[in-house]
Design a protein around this ligand. Sequence first.
Ligand code: ARG
Ligand code: ZN
Length: 389
Amino acid sequence: MLLQLLSLSVVFISGISAEYKNYDGIYARLSWRKLEAEAGSYFIDKDSVENVKTNLASNNITYQMRDVNPQIFKVRRRRDINGAITINDVNNRYLSYDEQMQFLNSIAQQYPNDVKLQKIGNSYEGRSLTAVRIGDDGSSKPIVWIDAGVHAREWISYNVALYLVYTIVSQPAYQDLLNAVQLVVVPNTNPDGYEYSRTNDRMWRKTRSRFSNGRCSGADANRNYPFFWGTQGVSHSQCSEIYCGSRPQSEPEVMALTNAIQREETRIKGYIALHSYGQEILYPWGHTMRTYPSDVQDLIQVGKAMAAAIRAVNNTDYNVVNSGDGLYPAAGASDDWAKSRGIKYSYTIELSPIDDYTGFSLPEDRINQVCREAFQAIQVLMIEVRSKF
Ligand code: ARG
Ligand code: ZN
């Protein structure tokens, strides 16, 4: 049965041959007998291009096809394995999960008054999920909650979160803001998926959980939140990129995040999920189209203020759009769930780049600018929260 088909984009990789193992599963999903045509990108190998074209045409499926830079599969190895991880690393390269944790530990040691690391749970494969609490002085001031990297291949999001932690605690200018607004940052919400994307399949998106009788691993954690779960823009088949899991919060990562947020939800006034790519600031609701919260004007207004702050850095354009209308409806995402819990300013930010060719593979020499831009947007949200609560 054909699900609602929004935009199917088929991507092929020149220079990677058919036996490239990571692509078997992905190609299999385009098998024509049980075509589950879902919106999204599919990766196929170069040798399959003609075959895929023929089959798409005979199924009357509209699609775009493009070549992808094979560079995206190359992960730069770290030169100095023993040195401490510093902000230089965060600004210039993508880090492993262990390196991210080392960085956070060293920040926590350097700024013991401002930074507390809190373990909020474990990933499916047993990696620690860490929340960085900044400016937590035991008071009940409002909180802005930022999480990153629920989609494994969206590497820039991790660096943005780490840069945020470092910058806000290391620069005295932000102390005033931190006195009024607390920040909680979860820099890596999907460590298993991220490590898998670094070492096995650069385009991995999901978690790495195994389901009973499963042929495929992982669920899309951003379809696994308990709000209109399993309705639109999701798939119930395990091999799909947008598999919503076996039930709401089936993913331990989602369970940990929802528990942690709910523990202090009355204080959380701002929420941003950092994703890439597209240069968009998305506001709810996103589980369906043309449905908005009653305070949508407030969300748009603050969204535009965030976009303006980004533009002021280097003229980069971020569009402020409703996630269901502007992107595509997708139920069970964290932003909608956060909004449903009463967190007023809830967004998903799709970071740079904007172009499909670069896509998830933002070159490392652009990391710093994206971090500086996103930092300004997050600062704006904190300032808005300070003035309104
Ligand atoms: N790219 C994100 C995703 O597909 C966007 C989510 C936006 N939010 C939403 N509720 N649809 O997961
Ligand atoms: Zn994403």
